[in-house]
Ligand binder design. Structure first.
Ligand SMILES: *[C@@H]1O[C@H](CO)[C@@H](O)[C@H](O)[C@H]1NC(C)=O
Ligand SMILES: *[C@@H]1O[C@H](CO)[C@@H](O)[C@H](O)[C@H]1NC(C)=O
Ligand SMILES: *[C@@H]1O[C@H](CO)[C@@H](O)[C@H](O)[C@H]1NC(C)=O
Ligand SMILES: *[C@@H]1O[C@H](CO)[C@@H](O)[C@H](O)[C@H]1NC(C)=O
Ligand SMILES: *[C@@H]1O[C@H](CO)[C@@H](O)[C@H](O)[C@H]1NC(C)=O
Length: 324
């Protein structure tokens, strides 16, 4: 494209753009599409369908590139810029109906960088004059891969350990949103690293999440394309294999309780023995005096006296009643 012919070609493109400013753009459409898709760029001008094709010139171009060029009834493929060569073609019976819509195959991210124009010129006595122009702006979304979720692998870890999960996806465009779902709860406080492929301009995404291992934990990551709202989910990863340290402490705790109970039991037993010894000591200190016959007699006499007094009184009253 460095020949003088190419230079005059570029000059004619610029002139066409200037002419467009004068005539105005008939239509401006925005097309949402995904990377790799085949799409149709519309350009229809039915007013030219009665004219012989040799009187029509159709140019599909951006500011710097040519996608397709129809001149004097023939498609001039050699004008097509390298990055569009083989990716574009007219569709259907364009000769008869004035429908110069273009097929663009294998859309990529760079296709959205410039507005794509369709110019239709008609041969007049003074030369070709611009009669119609339309614009197409592409909005390309990356048809990204399903997120791959990786846990700690075969590394053993115990419950309540901090473990890392990594989520990766390739072919994102534009910058995506990453969301983690841990035990049905959504998290956005994660670390996302974007790495851009300079060739395809697509993003590769790596997101890491540090989670606290628990006995029954589910983890999933989701990647959302902010442009087409499409969300892709990773598999739901379950972490059932953490060593249950809460169960080992559960074994230790009762052991401590048993020790405590044992100590308490021993203390109570010692206290009971102490009380028993004390009682026996007191009884032993009283026993010799109770065995004293004099005391027995005295106690017996007093007890008899206490017991006898009412009897005597009763007897006395009975006797008095009897006497009355
Ligand atoms: C123009 O041609 C394309 C491709 O064949 C078709 O999809 C579109 O409907 C046509 N447009 C009109 C206005 O006929
Ligand atoms: C897209 O277009 C290319 C080239 O024209 C063709 O080989 C391919 O099959 C098309 N793909 C789809 C999905 O239509
Ligand atoms: C988890 O990630 C953090 C920060 O990236 C790192 O410091 C830590 O060593 C990782 N832990 C494991 C178990 O890989
Ligand atoms: C994210 O991770 C990278 C590499 O592991 C680290 O350099 C950066 O500080 C982290 N950012 C946050 C917000 O944690
Ligand atoms: C782990 O310990 C907790 C508390 O003791 C218990 O409820 C749970 O069933 C245990 N899980 C396993 C897998 O052993």
């Amino acid at each position: 494209m460095k020949s003088p012919r190419a230079q005059t070609w570029i000059l004619s493109l610029i002139l066409m753009e200037l002419q467009t400013i004068a005539t105005g753009v008939a239509s401006h459409v925005q097309i949402k599409c995904n990377v790799g898709e085949n799409i149709t760029l519309p350009c229809v001008f039915p007013e030219v369908q009665s004219l012989p094709l040799t009187d029509i010139r159709v140019s599909w171009q951006t500011h710097s590139d040519v996608l397709m060029f129809l001149n004097y009834g023939t498609v001039e493929y050699d004008h097509v810029t390298d990055r569009y060569r083989g990716r574009t073609d007219f569709l259907g019976e364009y000769q008869s109906n004035g429908n110069f819509s273009l097929l663009l195959a294998g859309v990529d991210v760079r296709d959205e960088e410039e507005v794509i124009h369709c110019y239709i010129q008609v041969k007049e006595s003074t030369g070709f004059a611009l009669k119609y122009s339309s614009e197409v702006q592409l909005e390309v979304s990356g048809s990204f891969s399903q997120p791959l979720l990786e846990g700690p692998g075969h590394n053993s870890y115990t419950c309540k350990d901090r473990i890392n999960a990594t989520c990766t996806s390739i072919g994102e465009y534009p910058k995506p949103q990453v969301e983690w779902t841990i035990n049905q709860k959504k998290h956005h406080d994660h670390n996302v690293t974007l790495d851009r492929d300079l060739n395809t301009k697509l993003f590769n995404v790596i997101s890491t999440m540090t989670i606290t291992a628990s006995v029954d934990q589910t983890v999933q990551c989701s990647i959302k394309n902010t442009r087409n709202q499409k969300t892709r989910h990773s598999v739901l990863l379950r972490f059932p294999k953490c060593t249950n340290i809460s169960s080992t402490t559960a074994v230790e705790k009762p052991a401590r309780w048993r020790i405590a109970l044992g100590v308490l039991g021993v203390v109570l037993l010692l206290a009971l023995i102490g009380v028993a010894i004390f009682i026996i000591f007191i009884q032993k200190s009283r026993c010799p005096s109770s065995r004293d016959p004099a005391n027995v007699q005295a106690n017996g006499s007093t007890s008899v006296r206490i017991n006898e007094t009412p009897l005597l009184l009763i007897n006395h009253s009975r006797t008095s009643n009897n006497t009355n």
